[in-house]
Structures are given as C-alpha cells and as structure tokens.
Design a protein. Structure first.
Length: 149
C-alpha cells in the first residue's frame, strides 16, 4: 500500500512539473523568437479584444472548475469506492484532469501574450500558475483526501 502511495505521489509530482515546464517552454520559445508571429496581431484591435475576452472567459471557467471539481468528484466518486486501489487510480486520474484544466489558461494566456503583446493575457497565465500552487501534490494530502491512516 505504501509503495502505491509513493508511486501515485511521484506521478502527481511529475505531472505538476510538466505543467510548469510547459509554461517555461512556451515562454522560452516566445522570448527566443520561436514564434515568428510575435506581436503579429498587436495592431488589430478587434482580434486583440476578441482574444482577450476568450482567454479571460477560459481562465474564469477553468480555474474555479479545476479547484472545485476535484472536491465534488472526490465526494461523489472516490469516497464511495471501497477499494483503495480503485480510489487511488481515480484520484490520480482526476488530479491529472485538474492539472490539464489549469494548463489551458496558462498556455493560451502565454501564447496570447506573445501574439498580441497583451498584458491581460499574461495576467490570466499568471493567475493560472498561482492557482496551480494550490494543487501541489503531497503524500500527506493524498492520505488525507483518501482517508488513509
């Protein structure tokens, strides 16, 4: 059982690190000129407005969903399960879904920033990165969530 817990936490930490590495990769790509379109849409006010609005809506939907959805799923699906093995697999799956939900506004915000030089987009990405800090995986949290003594 302890080995399964350690493996699950290691996988969760790896997924969390992938989120931050993906954000850093997109930033490095944008700063080094990997996006040949850097600032390409900065002068088109309609495109900037539309994209900022979409990214803000994505951020305002994904972040609360990622933070609250996990609690709902844990209460409805994981707690009902009696098998600790199945509960741990579901915990891993839903934690991965939570990280992916957080990745959407982060990556789109960074890309939007480089395409339009819009500070609203990078702000959304920073909000997503800050929200991801509430999802840092730990063995203690896993045991608490799955009610393992």
């Amino acid at each position: 059982m302890e080995e399964n817990i350690r493996q699950t936490v290691a996988t969760l930490k790896r997924n969390f690190a992938y989120l931050w590495f993906a954000a850093l990769f997109v930033i490095i790509l944008g700063e080094t000129g990997g996006f040949n379109l850097t600032g390409a849409y900065a002068d088109n006010a309609r495109v900037v407005y539309f994209t900022e609005t979409i990214i803000i809506l994505i951020t305002s939907c994904c972040i609360p969903s990622a933070l609250k959805l996990f609690a709902w799923v844990k209460k409805k699906k994981i707690d009902v399960d009696t098998s600790s093995e199945t509960a741990m697999r579901q915990y891993l799956m839903w934690s991965t879904v939570r990280i992916l939900l957080l990745a959407i506004p982060i990556i789109t915000g960074i890309i939007g920033y480089y395409l339009m030089q819009s500070t609203s987009c990078i702000l959304c990405a920073c909000i997503g990165l800050t929200a991801s800090l509430f999802c840092v995986p730990s063995e203690k949290q896993l045991k608490k969530d799955l009610m393992i003594e």
